[in-house]
Design a protein around this ligand. Structure first.
Ligand code: NAD
Ligand code: ZN
Length: 546
């Protein structure tokens, strides 16, 4: 059964611009547009006001409800509803179902004064007869809580030109939202889209007065944007620049920020925004988790790896001189805003590294990811931030991010703490961690994971779990994306020793994640030493280089 459901349904107060902005947004998206009121008038063969007069509101609402239900089931464009439509029980029920099925119900919020003015001018609105402004306010009080609760996207058009409002609406519609829930965590959303950073204020909420914006220097431009958005919404923003990459993930840096938060009077109700690659979001999360035993924080990841991995899943932490991520805590953000525009400045090699984790997620769970990677390998490998936005690659990357976050969400939803299911995300990581250490962290994580996946595939093949074709597929896919598939190291004992120190290892026995088919990860405990070594021999050379 193919489902035809509207691309988006727009609700809002009279005069909010549902028809005007909705129509323009549909044009931008090349989607059809229906105004439910217009459709009803065509059907009943008279104006709505006239119908109200003759038959009363109840009769009108019932015509309206059945028409909307029909459209919700069999229409795939943008649908705008009359202002009072969601106040009917049947319509509300149908809209709830639409949202539950993954639909996008947009509450379009205009400046009340402008909306009132437009509603008055528009005329022909039976619900506003009498003192139109007073009536509008009264309806607003009744409807706003219902609209807010019912909708899953809120678009504020205050101070926007009609064109800007339409652009905002299209961005909201095209945005991908992944809802992360679990037993041990407070639910939050990961929002992937062009300009999703604009949702910083609503994600932070009204409580915080002060916001510490923690970021690194290479993403200054995006931090400036975030700061402007926050200031516009009335927050007092402290700009906190930390050293780049792993140098920022130390307890000394955290301590400097704790001191600053203290001096600047940050309380439990204030908030932190972490903006940057995974190192910055890990550190920001750690500070948020520890300041006053935990304050609200929002992640704005700016690297592909941070978007698909580091910023979700609830792990935060810092490095010590003994190693990476040795100190930290599980702490969930209030939301993650993966703004695709930030990728405009991301260097090609750091983008490609992120594809290592994306491919891993495809291999353990989602063949759809693998299809996308295969179909767009050349464009992905040639990623150029400068020409990324509005290129054909943008929707591809956006879908890859969404799918990869969903894979992660699935594996962390049941057990936030390290345990069986979550461990599958560590496919390829046992060798990867050894590579990173032995290369003194000059190898990027995602690159090491790519080699680690090939290693795990060789191991699985040696033990009879998968055939040679699947091992070859690992290599050809990763290679096509510009990722490494081989790594040499002379001293096997050092490698083995480090793999023993992997978090998955239990006591003296090694533990790996391997596949027994695409999408079927399993745990492998204490495999024969010869196989563990032979797989390493095979990963030292890329057969394609022979
Ligand atoms: N918490 C978790 O679950 C988790 C998961 C995976 C990785 N991590 C951590 O994430 C870190 C790796 O993340 P990463 O790969 O993003 O590395 P990173 O944070 O070091 O960023 C890599 C480099 O890219 C720069 N950069 C990031 N976004 C940019 C942009 N939009 N434009 C220009 N430059 C940009 C950074 O400033 C840095 O120089 C590691 O510290 C790792 O431990 C954490
Ligand atoms: Zn990883």
């Amino acid at each position: 059964m193919t489902s035809h459901r509207p691309l988006a349904v727009i609700i809002g107060m009279p005069g909010a611009g549902k028809t005007r902005v909705g129509r323009q947004a549909a044009a931008l998206l090349g989607a059809p547009f229906i105004d439910a009121d217009q459709r009803i008038e065509d059907e009943i063969g008279m104006g709505i006001a006239q119908y109200f007069e003759r038959h009363g509101e109840t009769a009108f609402r019932s015509v309206e409800a059945s028409l909307i239900q029909g459209l919700l089931e069999d229409y795939d464009g943008i649908l705008s509803l009359g202002g009072g439509a969601p106040m009917t029980t049947e319509t509300r029920r149908a809209l709830r179902q639409y949202v539950a099925d993954g639909g996008k119900l947009v509450y379009l919020q205009a400046d009340p004064r402008e909306a009132m003015e437009r509603a008055r001018r528009g005329g022909n609105r039976p619900m506003l007869s009498g003192d139109a402004d007073a009536r509008w306010k009264q309806l607003f009080e009744q409807r706003d809580p219902v609209f807010t609760a019912l909708s899953n996207l809120h678009v504020r058009t205050h101070g926007s030109t009609p064109h800007m409002a339409a652009k905002k609406l299209t961005e909201a519609i095209m945005q991908r939202t992944i809802h992360i829930t679990g037993k041990a965590i407070e639910a939050y959303d990961v929002r992937v889209g062009e300009s999703s950073m604009r949702q910083l204020p609503e994600t932070l909420g009204d409580n915080p007065t002060k916001v510490a914006l923690i970021h690194t220097q290479p993403v200054q431009r995006h931090a400036d944007h975030a700061r402007a958005l926050l200031r516009q919404s009335g927050y007092l923003v402290s700009d906190v620049v930390i050293p780049d990459a792993e140098a920022g993930k130390t307890v000394q840096v955290a301590n400097g920020i704790w001191e600053r938060l203290g001096r600047e009077g940050f309380t439990r109700s204030d908030a932190i925004v972490g903006l940057g690659g995974g190192a910055a979001t890990d550190l920001a999360g750690f500070v948020a988790a520890t300041w006053m035993r935990g304050i609200r924080y929002v992640n704005c990841p700016t690297s592909l790896l941070a978007m698909v991995d580091a910023s979700t899943g609830g792990k935060t932490g810092v490095n010590t001189t003994q190693g990476k991520n040795l100190v930290g805590s599980f702490y969930t953000p209030a939301g993650v805003l993966a703004d695709l525009r930030t990728l405009e400045t991301l260097p090609n090699d750091i983008f490609i590294e992120g594809l290592g984790e994306v491919a891993k997620s495809g291999l353990i769970m989602d063949e759809g990811i693998l299809d996308l990677l295969e179909d767009h390998a050349d464009e992905l490998r040639g990623f150029d931030g400068g020409s990324f936005i509005d290129s054909p690659l943008e929707p591809v990357v956006s879908e890859l991010i969404e799918r990869t976050v969903r894979v992660k969400a699935y594996h962390v939803s049941n057990d936030l703490k390290e345990a069986g299911l979550r461990e599958f995300l560590n496919y390829g990581h046992t060798l990867a961690h050894a590579i990173e250490t032995l290369e003194h962290f000059t190898w990027r994580h995602g690159n090491a994971v790519a080699v680690g996946c090939v290693y795990a595939a060789e191991l699985a093949h040696l033990l009879g779990y998968i055939d040679q074709d699947l091992v070859d597929y690992h290599r050809s896919l990763l290679r096509s994306l510009g990722l490494p598939v081989a790594w040499q190291h002379e001293n096997w004992d050092e490698v083995l020793d480090l793999m023993h120190r992997d978090k998955k290892a239990r006591g003296d026995t090694l533990r790996f994640v391997i596949l027994d088919g695409i999408g079927h990860p399993i745990h492998l405990d204490d495999p024969p030493q010869e196989a563990v070594h032979e797989a390493f021999v095979r990963v030292q050379q890329d057969p394609a280089d022979k």
